[in-house]
Design a protein. Structure first.
Length: 89
């Protein structure tokens, strides 16, 4: 039977522990993009009618059909930019 050698784990420096995959600027930009996405979904909500026999034209407003989807897609595009942005460390 061959005994296996135990190798010591390499020492992790304090700088390596605090090394995040993205910089703080990236995380701030991602938070802004997330807020834009949430705003788009909030603007898209509502517009229904309490009575199913009554048609509510408000469901097809500019805000719900055009503005909100543009905000959501713009927020996702901004998230991609925030992740790919090379921040200065």
């Amino acid at each position: 039977m061959v005994a296996k050698k135990k190798t010591a784990a390499p020492a992790v420096t304090e700088e390596q522990k605090n090394n995040l995959p993205l910089g703080m600027q990236n995380y701030k930009l991602m938070l802004i993009g997330f807020a834009v996405i949430v705003l788009g979904f909030v603007l898209m909500a509502g517009g229904g009618s309490d009575d199913p026999n009554v048609f509510n034209e408000e469901m097809f407003s500019f805000r719900r059909i055009t503005l909100a989807p543009i905000l959501v897609l713009g927020g996702f595009a901004f998230e991609i930019y925030a992740i790919m942005h090379k921040s200065k460390k």
